[in-house]
Write a protein that binds this ligand. Structure first.
Ligand code: MRU
Length: 345
């Protein structure tokens, strides 16, 4: 599949595809400082929980590779600082904190190595984070594909595709898999106001992959469900609490309630790096509040009267009771989610 890659490493720099400019321009920005990498996450050049995690892992490698030091022990304070800076970039997707903690723990384990080997090991670990994410998405695709009914019409929200991950995607994984094995499927893509990840990114990558799709505005979802035109919903996740409550893009909760009312299965697809077992339920998940301007303007053009401010919670929490199953790289987890998630983590 001809997919764009959200983040890559070469020439001792982190290269980020600027998703703010898609689908019209494909621009890649190179970062050689951890502040730059954190900024690329904060400003949503790179977004989507697993892609943020991969980018942060490369940010940690950048510090190890580029910071002057005479021993790995000298590098540890800079790595701690980098973890703090990266962790402050966005609050909701747990993959970010998971990735920086993994890199920090690895640095601690290998700090006995000679400096050159330490630097190489840190880069290899970041590359492993990326490679494992791609493999997890492909496994999610294999586990999730059989859940899509014959000639299935699947509704998705936001972008949980190749652009939001190391490639292939979480919610789009089962869809790509079904398409690859020749099944007839159709995808309804929510445009996903206010940031339009559905219209700009999901529609773009599905079209590029040759997957049939129809773009709808978010407020059309109930209509299509009521008409019997949606067989299942598959969305991604930014954080899954120990009890199965799921934080995902604002609007997901509404879709889940609608799915419940119409008897339509609601699936969440996410790697185990998105599960936060330290958080008992969804009420404890921090919800990012983004700029009012992202609601009152569309791509720089003001649509609300001057002086009007808007609320902009970027995520909501869907209670586990509305989720039919969680698809992860290890298989399909169903309620009760407490023991089910504990078994796959
Ligand atoms: O604000 P975003 O674009 O980073 O939000 C992304 C989502 O909500 C995705 O559904 C989620 O991160 C899963 S991506 C595989």
């Amino acid at each position: 599949m001809n997919q764009l890659v959200s983040v890559t490493w070469h020439d001792n720099a982190v290269h980020v595809l600027d998703q703010r400019l898609l689908p019209h321009q494909e621009v890649v920005n190179a970062y050689t400082s951890v502040a730059g990498v954190a900024d690329s996450i904060r400003t949503m050049q790179v977004r989507g929980a697993p892609a943020i995690g991969c980018t942060a892992a490369y940010g940690m490698a950048l510090v190890a590779v580029r910071t002057a030091a005479s021993t790995p022990a000298d590098l540890m304070p800079a790595l701690h600082d980098a973890q703090r800076v990266l962790d402050a970039s966005r609050p909701t997707a747990v993959n970010l904190f998971w990735a920086t903690a993994r890199m920090m723990a690895y640095a601690t384990r290998v700090q006995h190595l000679p400096l050159g080997d330490f630097r190489a090991a840190m880069l290899a670990e970041a590359q492993a984070v990326f490679a494992e994410d791609l493999a997890m998405c492909q496994a999610i695709g294999r586990h999730g594909e059989p859940l899509i009914p014959a000639r299935g019409r699947v509704l998705t929200h936001c972008n949980a595709g190749g652009l939001a991950t190391a490639g292939y995607g979480t919610a789009l994984g089962p869809i790509y898999r079904a398409h690859e094995i020749g099944r007839a499927i159709h995808v309804y893509v929510d445009e996903t106001r206010p940031y339009l990840q559905g219209a700009r990114l999901t529609a773009f990558e599905l079209q590029r992959g040759g997957v049939p799709l129809t773009l709808i505005t978010d407020n059309m979802a109930a209509y299509f469900m009521g008409q019997g035109l949606v067989d299942c919903i598959i969305v991604g996740a930014d954080r899954i609490a120990a009890n199965g409550d799921v934080a995902n893009k604002i609007g997901t909760y509404g879709l889940a309630v609608l799915a419940h009312a119409h008897g339509i299965p609601m699936y969440v697809a996410a790697p185990t790096s998105t599960i936060d077992r330290k958080i008992s339920d969804g009420s404890l998940i921090p919800i990012e509040e983004r700029s009012s301007d992202e609601v009152t303007t569309i791509q720089g053009i003001r649509i609300a009267p001057e002086g009007v401010t808007a609320a902009h919670p970027a995520f909501d929490v869907t209670p586990a009771k509305y989720i039919t199953a969680i698809i992860c790289e290890k298989g399909v987890v169903r309620a009760p989610y407490g023991p089910g998630l504990a078994a796959v983590c």
